[in-house]
Design a protein around this ligand. Sequence first.
Ligand code: ADP
Ligand code: MG
Length: 728
Amino acid sequence: MTHRINALQSAVSRPYPEAVIVSSKVSEYFGTNVFSRLVMREYLPEDVFRQLTEAIDKSGQIDPRIADQVASAMKAWAISKGASHYTHWFLPLNGATAEKHDAFFSPIEPNLTIEQFDGTQLVQQEPDASSFPSGGLRNTFEARGYSAWDPSSPAFIMDGTLCVPTIFIAYTGEALDFKTPLLKTMALIDEVAVDVCQLFDRNITKVYPTLGWEQEYFLVDESLYFARPDLVMTGRTLTGHIPARGQQLEDHYFGAIPHRVSAFMKEFEVEAWKLGIPVKTRHNEVAPNQFELAPVYEEVNIAIDHNQLIMVIMDKIARKHRFRVLFHEKPFEGVNGSGKHNNWSLATNTGKNLLSPGHTPKTNLLFLTFFINIIKAVNEHAALLRGAIASAGNDHRLGANEAPPAIISMFIGSQLTRVLGEIEKKVKDRKMTPDEKTELKLNIGKIPRIIIDNTDRNRTSPMAFTGNKFEFRAVGSAANCGPSMIVLNTILADQLKQFKAEVDRSMEKGVEKDEAIFRVLRKYIRESKNILFEGNGYSQEWVEEAARRGLPNLKSTPEALESYISKTTLELFGKNNIFTEKELHARYEIRLENYAKVLQIESRVLADLSGNHIIPAAIRYQNVLIENVKGLKDVLPESLFKEHSELQLHSILKISDHITQIRSMVSQMISERKKANQTEDMPACARAYCKQVKPLMEEIRYHIDKLEILVEDQLWPLPKYRELLFIK
Ligand code: ADP
Ligand code: MG
């Protein structure tokens, strides 16, 4: 019996657990595993509590003298909740989460042990962790790596371990993680955006980016998963004929959630809520066995920690329910892939969302200022934004007529397009008359009413304005949101600096404030209209139109990553103190290397599948046919034999043909892989994988998928798409 048949029997016969429901009233246990402000207040002396929360709110330094007290409070709380270990928890550049547990317990004298966790252990550690990618930043003998406490993201307990979110940096100070640069961009945004807000509202003294991610994923039955070496090793299927029914009936999207799936969802939601992750929405997605979850948005640093955390939790709970959760961007060909929409906006200490239009011309001018500066920033750094989301997995999805194209453009809706058009037309270089100004402001004052009518939301745009936030949809489902958020925050901050300087200059020349602002905004609209596109982003016409506009269309990861080390990017991050040139080069190398390694692994697995699974099965079936032809020859008179064996002979030849093609292309692929591996230069190696190895993988797949249709079902070794996608 094939692995597949075994797996199928097991998939349909095993019992599945029900969800464990704690209480239907989530507020009763929300955040119970978090060292929250409430817990801090209970466990910390009043003055320490005040100092700590002030430092967190103002992103200030923590006085080392209070660290001991905080550590001791954390320890007491964690032990009271049954924790025995602690760890610094960080986000290294391999894209996963990292933890290295130490027991609180510590022998201090013979026969005397205590539970220990003090300020130094809280604040900084040297986890070694030298096997994480560093892009050459840790090649010297001084290659130590340090993790340092991030007090702005609360500690939490997971699996009996107190986890303290930290940054991760090299001895030399270079960042080795996603969090360090993100925190820098947040401080930068705060400084620059407050400066701009002060033009409009003196009460605004703090600005921070907000992120609400929407996570898409697939679920696959565990037994079937284990029978697919490609899923186990690469997270996606490297072969598989499209099933008779895919997503064409559009019956899965928002459909009733199957019982077994909802048991899984309910259980991971409980775990998420205990960890203070404000999970809110769940639904079926477009493809069969594809689902989505979304939380209420949070401050970006915490939102990213929570996204990384929930991927870990989902993976764990899925196993309990005998599922595997696939975060890969394209686990199945022929049905939609998965993304992670990043809803991004800016919030203030006054409770205002800066991308939410207000009720007066004045507040709307504030809104338009941020709105237009974002458009200008994206227009200037579109290639970098594309670079931020580049990965081997996401390459399968972008531009595949199901996800935003690889061309970065922005959708803002017809009404805001009209508003921008009006500013462009009506604002004058000369002093405007009171009438002209009143008319302009009146129109701007109407914005809130029109936004509500924002129903024509374009699903094909990589970056859409959706009423009170921008939704960046090109992010891959498996990705850490960090790179996208780092880029968006930095390009906006840099742009706002320019804006403020231009307005100031104009005002110094005696132009009145509102008029100065309008003039700069008009100039920006003119300069950056190119990036605005309201039409169908999936269409061929857009590809042509974008080329005419000179917008970058970077189809593959090796191409897209070049933007990380372009002159503009190095300058942008350098002058804003987010990344040094060395750090950017390191990140560029790490991501290229990751790309090449992913393709290398996929190509190895495909060779194994071809030689050890597919071809033997095809030969076995071919032999059945050959036996049949021989038998026919024995029993049939010569006159009938020709006619009645024709189809079998044809199939035998077809199978032979595919086997020969697969064999020859696998050996070509192996030799191309060897060549690529011998390339010392990382960009050239990644390009070789992209241009030489990948196309062969696609051709091999074509022949395997043809064989899947020819070979007898019982003999086919790998679970088919109809089984992977429809058994739940
Ligand atoms: P959809 O895009 O699926 O129609 P919604 O528009 O309702 O869904 O919201 C999607 C996500 O946008 C949610 O995760 C929500 O938390 C997030 N969101 C809403 N407002 C903001 C904001 N001001 N900043 C960041 N994210 C936000
Ligand atoms: Mg969305």
